[in-house]
Design a protein around this ligand. Structure first.
Ligand SMILES: NC(=O)c1ccc[n+]([C@@H]2O[C@H](COP(=O)([O-])OP(=O)(O)OC[C@H]3O[C@@H](n4cnc5c(N)ncnc54)[C@H](O)[C@@H]3O)[C@@H](O)[C@H]2O)c1
Length: 379
């Protein structure tokens, strides 16, 4: 039958894109800084992986990393383009600072290599669109490194929303952050990070709630951002002269479906927390206690607020254990998708909306007014 032959042609094309499972996957890591340590630790626990190449633009850094993490035979490169030109890789982790996420990821995808890209996806919406286009053109897996997605408590939030327990969700308050917690390093300069608390921890709290409600399109944003702590030598004596990104941001975001997202994020402020995450539905509300610093889970048992027989009641959702190593899960889910050229575990089709909000927050804060978010349909 004609239908069968189209199906078998499709299957053959998909098999051609998949990786030979009888061999170890040849993995490369671009950027051998702090987060690359978590990646290599996880890769080393995977029996079907060999880390064969490392690249870092800081001379000697990748070689020292290879020595420290017990992969002395990995080939060492000074720039990701040299690595991509010389190696035949089955997968790459992009562990560079935010400002080079887009170029590294696009270069890998253009060479037909699947990518596990650290969060945030990138810095601007424009970059995110280019990444998404390169991904679609290559037909290869791109997964974004949001390991909290694999925490059972985070998954429970989505299950609660999807169960209908809350009814139709109409308002969400989310965010989080710290009283004092500016990370330093390459996170505090525009030339490396592009954005500050927004890209470091803001993207996580956005993902937590947007994933739960099915990632509706963001429509408009009215935002504010500041840098009062990072740029003040008395409050940030460690490195105020170098600091030039946001350390606090707040935004009012309208989402498709009439849902309101009220967001605030902080690396530093004169307050203990900007508040718990609240998801209000027409039948019930969910409170998700915030964590001191973003640690990929909930800060205590979640609570559901619901009327029972006309009486206001509330009850706790027990904390779920058994999450295991979230980094291992993030890496494993990516590798499994690579092997079959299957669906991305944390797809850019979703995270591009997260990036669109970050981009909208920066634009709105700089213009001092509400802006529209114009997200093109690129699927
Ligand atoms: N998922 C998580 O829990 C988590 C935690 C921390 C950081 N991150 C993310 O990981 C990324 C890196 O953070 P980090 O703390 O490891 O930063 P880092 O500055 O310690 O390391 C980044 C490295 O990338 C290198 N690099 C940059 N461009 C390069 C290029 N074109 N080719 C080769 N090397 C290049 C830099 O020289 C640097 O050594 C950031 O985007 C951050 O948001 C994620």
């Amino acid at each position: 039958m004609a239908g069968d032959s189209i199906l078998s042609m499709f299957k053959k094309a998909e098999e051609a894109k998949a990786v030979d499972s009888s061999k170890k996957l040849r993995v490369g890591i671009i950027g051998t800084g702090w987060i690359a340590e978590a990646h290599i630790d996880s890769y080393k626990r995977m029996p079907d992986v060999e880390v064969v190449a490392l690249a870092d633009i800081i001379p000697g850094k990748a070689a020292a990393f290879a020595e420290k993490y017990g992969v002395p035979h990995a080939h060492i490169y000074g720039h990701h383009t040299e690595m991509l030109a010389a190696e035949e890789l089955d997968a790459v982790s992009v562990c560079t600072y935010n400002m080079t996420h887009a170029e590294c990821t696009i270069d890998c995808l253009n060479k037909g290599i699947p990518v596990l890209l650290e969060k945030p996806m990138c810095v601007t919406l424009e970059e995110a669109i280019e990444i998404r286009k390169a991904e679609l053109k290559s037909g290869k897996v791109l997964s974004i490194g949001f390991q909290p997605r694999f925490d059972p408590n985070m998954q429970m939030i989505k299950k609660i929303v999807e169960s209908g327990e809350l009814g139709e969700v109409y308002y969400i308050q989310t965010g989080g952050g710290r009283r004092r917690g500016i990370p330093g390093s390459t996170f505090i300069e525009k030339k490396t990070a592009g954005i500050g608390a927004l890209g470091d921890i803001g993207c996580y709290s956005l993902d937590m709630v947007l994933n739960a409600i099915g990632y509706p399109k963001p429509l408009t944003v009215s935002a504010y951002k500041s840098d009062f702590f990072g740029t003040n030598p008395e409050l940030y004596p460690k490195d105020a002269a170098r600091f030039n990104v946001d350390d606090f941001a707040a935004a009012f975001i309208r989402l498709e479906g009439g849902i309101i997202l009220d967001f605030r994020i902080s690396w530093a402020m004169h307050m203990d927390t900007p508040g718990d995450t609240l998801i209000l539905g027409k039948k019930a509300g969910l409170r998700i206690p915030s964590t001191d610093c973003w640690n990929g889970s909930v800060g205590g048992p979640m609570k559901i607020y619901r009327d029972v027989a006309g009486v206001c009641t509330q009850f706790e959702v027990p904390i779920l254990g058994g999450g295991g190593n979230l980094f291992d899960k993030k890496v494993r889910s990516f590798l499994d998708a690579v092997k079959t050229n299957g669906a991305s575990p944390v797809p850019s089709s979703q995270i591009i909306k997260n990036q669109a909000i970050l981009d909208g927050i920066v634009r709105s804060a700089e213009l001092g007014r509400e802006v529209e978010i114009n997200l093109p349909d690129i699927d």
